[in-house]
Design a protein around this ligand. Structure first.
Ligand code: CIR
Length: 252
């Protein structure tokens, strides 16, 4: 069960965030409103939400998920792979230290939280342009000490592993066609989300409830077959920066 979340409000500098989306410049005021709704949704599910202020010089700092991997026993601080984001993790350390023992991984081992999917005692680590094998190994070694296991698997062309693969409970994954036949994921039931709704592959399971981005009817229908506990959130301004629902929080 998650009891806590950490989020970081979007910075006015978000207009300079990294993007491949081609959806235009994010509207900061609207992003703040969407972020408030996101935090309220987490609170409504019983999580205590720590909301951090933006950090100057880091346009992507609201995507706080990438700065660490947090589980029951430990917080592993990420050496982020994107050059403009390196250093974002430093201000998270004292915050996370209030909750968990910390392990720091240092570059050239790189990983970002968006590449890491925890399901029970297993961490699936996507090898992407942001996460290298050394980063996966360092993260794996850190969590292994606490009785977890890990598996690395190559990502496709997407930004992060969780751009393509997310767990929605009841042994079910939303996956991109790239991961549909992945032998590493063979024990799961999979729902293939086609490219027309690619953004909605990043749904987020919070305890028994699935957060789903607004505007993706096929994915919503598919999730409704798995659970009736769903919250739909408008993520339009974060989508403009390739950011999804999971990216906006650390949960533990
Ligand atoms: C980036 O490219 O780093 C940001 N614009 C988006 C990060 C999204 N984070 C995530 O998927 N965990």
């Amino acid at each position: 069960m998650f009891t806590h979340a950490i989020t970081r409000r979007p910075s006015p500098e978000m207009v300079n965030g990294i993007t491949t989306a081609n959806l235009g410049t994010p509207d900061h005021d609207l992003a703040l409103k969407q972020h408030d709704a996101y935090c309220s949704a987490l609170s409504s599910l019983g999580l205590a939400v720590t909301i951090l202020e933006p950090e100057q010089g880091y346009p992507d700092c609201c995507f706080v998920e990438d700065t660490a991997v947090v589980c029951q026993d430990v917080a592993v601080i990420a050496p982020l792979g994107a050059p403009s984001r390196q250093g974002e993790q430093v201000s998270l350390e004292p915050v996370l230290a209030g909750f968990k023992p910390l392990v720091r991984v240092e570059s050239p081992a790189n990983f970002e939280g968006g590449d890491v999917l925890q399901i029970d005692k297993m961490f699936y680590v996507g090898l992407s342009r942001r996460t290298n094998m050394a980063g996966a190994e360092a993260l794996g070694a850190a969590v292994k000490k606490f009785g977890y296991d890990w598996k690395a698997l190559p990502c496709g062309p997407s930004l992060h592993f969780k751009t393509d693969v997310n767990y929605i409970g009841k042994n079910t994954l939303l996956v991109s066609p790239f991961f549909a036949e992945s032998p590493v994921l063979a024990g799961f039931d999979t729902i293939v989300v086609e490219d027309e709704e690619a953004y909605a592959r990043n749904c987020l399971l919070i305890n028994e409830t699935v957060l789903v981005p607004k505007g993706f009817p096929k994915t919503l229908q598919a999730v409704e077959k798995v659970t009736s506990s769903i919250i739909v959130l408008d993520m339009s301004e974060f989508r403009k920066l390739d950011g999804g629902l999971s990216c906006l929080s650390l949960r533990f």
